[in-house]
Design a protein around this ligand. Sequence first.
Ligand code: NAD
Length: 367
Amino acid sequence: MKTSMRTIVALPGEGIGPEVVDATCELLMGTGLPLKILTPPQGSPLPEATKRAAREADGVLFGAAGPSTSLVVAWLRWEMAAWAGVRPIRFFPGMRSPLADPDGIDYVLLRENSEGLYPGREGELAEIVRLLPNLSDRTGKTLKDFGTEGRFAVKVVTPRGAQRIARFACDLARRRQQRGKPGKITLVTKSNVLPRTDGLYDEIVGQVVREAGLPFEHFHVDDAARRLVRFPKAMDVVLCMNLYGDILSDLGAETAGGLGLAPSGNFGDGWAYFESVHGSAPDIAGKGIANPTATILSAALMLEHMGMSAEAQRLEAAVGHIYRDGKVLTPDQGGTARTRASCGCARSASRAATSPTCCRPARPTSW
Ligand code: NAD
């Protein structure tokens, strides 16, 4: 059966974002899949026409945000309410893990993307002291005891937010069970210090997972950090509150081999976009040496979401081949290859796994 043409909107962001997105788009076009890639103008904030194109597209691939494109990711993630951040942590043999025995690391870190301290509600301490002078911590110290010089940040959690991410985690765990994984959910909070806010997640997530009949465990974030290093293979679906997920996904990525390897898919109600976990990496931007793997694997998650599962699997298999082969690796993985060479190699590996139907010039369709 012939697959119909799908449209992807590619937004590069800044720093290494354009380098890894361009290379991944070349790779996608080179596979011969029926994909039309649009690269509408980015701007910060995003132009309305670009937002419309992204909303109408079958897939949205983002590069990386930096200081001048933070409004792009703010739209993709917060304004469009992509509340579930799916961040697979998976070791492919040949990746440069710092662990002695990383073979078999394969879990998903699920980050609640929309609550907690993000995207940042801050102010002057004097303002909140005026409003809530007697708000006290668990030792009885009130806000006014801090004086008025300083700043504050507000953490918000809701039962609705906790319930929907818990249900999402259960769906994910059940899908993993079908692939022979344990289907276990590990909840990460800091409810020993924040029994009301983080404690609400303990209560609600615990209840939803127990009702779903899935294996469940809970760790405080400090203990969880240690466990992700010491026992990563015991993890299956690690559900983290927003800030903890942000931090632990970099840690998890590093156990598999590095930040240049970690993809993500971000899902909301009727909305999804895909991006690497890493940022704009100003220290290596413009040098042509950024590892495109995280973006390629994000593109694989995007293809999966677009209903192209077999194609997504072939792309992942191509990445596996590159690392097993070990000949075309970027410097972060101990090689000397450049971003484009690494993507070119993935394209060849992916083509070898698909029918060689297309040799079109590897250029995304312009807006
Ligand atoms: P970063 O993720 O950009 O880089 C951290 C380190 O990892 C750097 O040494 C970098 O060279 C390395 N690295 C990252 N991606 C790599 C790749 N593909 N290949 C090889 N090495 C790679 O984090 P940072 O330096 O703390 O932040 C830089 C900017 O990115 C900041 O403005 C930050 O806010 C932003 N940021 C954006 C996102 C996002 O777009 N979702 C995520 C994290 C950080």
